[in-house]
Design a protein. Structure first.
Length: 150
């Protein structure tokens, strides 16, 4: 179902988690020199482990970073961003169990917020995040591929 991995074995996945269909979970990345996109708001996500499929990475990273368990049936692929050396998979989920765990958040991020969809443009986010969120709001998602040449 979500098993594509075509570049190298190590891929990256991110998960847009909706609460009540109107709010999105954002995590504030730390302002440290070795962090990509420091001091920006982003989604739970990260690199895959050996042999892990993109959707498995999204589930694991969401749990590790937030404490939330995403419902597999609600998972939808939004996009795949292809670069020369890797693919970054973006998924959305509207059903999950648990509560956001501050200890999990603090392990890799500064804080979290459930942000109303209408307020997202006021948050400093990595490039393409707003486009991906807009696509995640559509009812019928198709296999969207974004090719980025670097």
């Amino acid at each position: 179902m979500f098993g594509e991995v075509s570049k190298s074995e190590r891929q990256f996945s991110a998960l847009v988690i909706f609460d009540d269909g109107e709010k999105i979970l954002l995590l504030l990345r730390p302002d440290e020199p070795d962090v990509k996109f420091p001091n920006m708001w982003s989604f739970p996500g990260g690199g895959s482990k050996k042999g892990e499929k993109p959707h498995q990475t999204a589930f694991r990273e969401a749990y590790e970073e937030t404490g939330l368990r995403v419902d597999f049936g609600s998972l939808k692929k939004i996009a795949v961003i292809e670069t020369d050396d890797k693919n970054v998979y973006f998924f959305k989920a509207e059903k999950w169990t648990g509560q956001v765990d501050n200890k999990s958040i603090k392990a890799e991020h500064e804080k979290y917020k459930w942000v109303p969809y209408k307020d997202l443009e006021s948050y400093n986010m990595p490039p393409n995040n707003l486009t991906l969120i807009q696509r995640s709001k559509t009812k019928y998602l198709k296999g969207i591929r974004i090719l980025i040449k670097r």
